[in-house]
Design a protein around this ligand. Structure first.
Ligand SMILES: NC(=O)c1ccc[n+]([C@@H]2O[C@H](COP(=O)([O-])OP(=O)(O)OC[C@H]3O[C@@H](n4cnc5c(N)ncnc54)[C@H](OP(=O)(O)O)[C@@H]3O)[C@@H](O)[C@H]2O)c1
Length: 387
């Protein structure tokens, strides 16, 4: 009944063959690193480490990354303004930026890897060589060709053979956020209404649940509206259209007077104030992002006369406070939804920054992505391929 932003089709990438590893192998690797917080388009660099790792320590896995997404929150992490912080690793250092030898942060929070070796003490029923895993510990540094990670910090991808790399690589951030927001705050029944902004994002929508989707106006708005509608959006409005008083009657007609009980907000600012005015009695407004960088202000009357409840939602906190069993159940549910095509993955662009590029070329490619993001150029989810 539910679909993640039924947007965008992901390319089916060929499944990589598993390389055989001798346990004494020392591997080299490329990582996207930074030593100081700042604008990602200036502080990030690609570095090759010739002698990276010997066999994995006990209870750890040696993971080769297949695809590592860039999410909007990664910008804030590199800037140093995101609440969940990475730690610097002294084992890896900067090179060639006039500050050689500084310990670095490895960028990246989300990522799909394949297990190539296991440390002592890892049981077969936990992980096997060849398994696809996603990293579940926040800010583990996934923009890296390979690394050791404690087994407790990854989850095996269930039914991996049924997923594309891109579907599996984007499994831990947006799909669970969308799923949990649609399930944790309001008991939505088929035919109920949800209103959401940032509706052109990789999160959202619902099958069986009616959605009013708000997007910014643009030149090709007709095209965007019909593509969102094809993907399952019930109605799409621009913020300008929402500001027009006549739209209230239109929305009443659509909902046949039924209260809209859930609002999902990743934008903030006056657009969200306006959206909140369309929520019905006893509704819940859930904020999970602030793309406009503007504070959220809500009319007191909504609390007094409509009994509005406002919440925040952070998937990272969900992972921290729930058990591994809860996490695995959620993962299984999401994979089932993807396989049943109730949940779609975003349209992707893979940026190759692996061995076939020099460090300088890879650095330029990565910083170019962040320049593009800052200019609002990307309509697609960017995934780094560091192989
Ligand atoms: N709380 C959590 O656990 C959690 C989890 C995942 C993501 N997030 C957050 O959710 C947000 C969206 O993530 P995403 O991966 O879906 O990103 P995305 O695919 O890049 O989508 C972002 C959307 O935000 C809208 N937008 C961008 N800049 C805007 C602006 N200045 N004013 C108004 N709207 C703007 C755009 O929608 P239109 O083009 O339609 O206007 C765009 O499609 C981010 O803030 C991210 O950090 C939070």
């Amino acid at each position: 009944m539910f679909t993640l932003r039924a947007a965008r089709v992901s390319a089916r990438l060929p499944r990589p063959a598993l390389r055989s590893f001798s346990s004494s192998r020392i591997c080299s690797g490329r990582a996207i690193v930074y030593s100081e917080n700042g604008d990602p388009s200036t502080v990030l660099e690609a570095v090759t480490y010739p002698n990276l790792f010997s066999p994995p320590p006990p209870s750890s896995a040696h993971i080769r990354f297949l695809l590592s997404p860039i999410n909007p929150a990664d910008v804030n992490v590199v800037e140093g303004v995101y609440p969940s912080k990475p730690t610097k690793t002294g084992a890896l250092t900067t090179q060639g930026k006039g500050s050689e030898g500084q310990p670095v942060f490895v960028g990246g929070n989300e990522g799909l890897g394949q297990v190539v070796a296991l440390g002592e003490g890892v049981k077969e029923d936990t992980l096997k060589v060849g398994d696809w895993v996603v990293v579940t510990k926040q800010q583990s540094g996934t923009w890296m060709s390979e690394r050791h990670i404690p087994v407790a910090d990854v989850a095996r991808v269930p039914n991996a053979e049924k997923l594309t790399e891109a579907q599996a690589a984007t499994l831990t951030v947006n799909p669970p956020t969308a799923y949990n927001m649609l399930h944790d705050f309001v008991d939505l029944k088929q035919g109920d209404w949800v209103i959401q902004n940032g509706a052109n994002s990789a999160i959202a929508a619902a099958k069986g649940i009616n959605t009013i989707n708000l997007v910014r106006n643009r030149d090709n708005i007709g095209e965007l509206k019909s593509s969102l509608e094809k993907l399952g959006a019930t109605h799409v409005l621009t913020y300008d259209e929402l500001a027009d008083k006549s739209v209230r009657e239109k929305i009443k007609g659509w909902t046949q007077g039924k209260d809209i009980r859930l609002g999902l907000n990743c934008v903030g600012g006056k657009e969200t104030t306006l959206m909140a005015r369309y929520l019905g009695k006893n509704a819940h407004l859930v904020s999970y992002g602030a793309m406009s960088k503007q504070p959220l202000s809500l009319p007191t009357s909504l609390f007094i006369f409509k009994n509005l409840t406002a919440h925040g939602f952070w998937q990272s906190e969900w992972y921290k406070t729930r058990s591994a069993a809860d996490r695995d159940t959620l993962m299984k549910t999401l994979v089932e939804y993807i396989v049943e095509k109730k949940l779609d993955t975003p349209e992707i662009e893979v940026v190759k920054v692996g061995k076939d590029r020099t460090d300088a070329q890879a650095s330029e490619a990565v910083t170019g992505v962040f320049k593009g993001l800052a200019e609002g150029k990307y309509g697609k989810k960017v995934l780094l391929n560091l192989e």
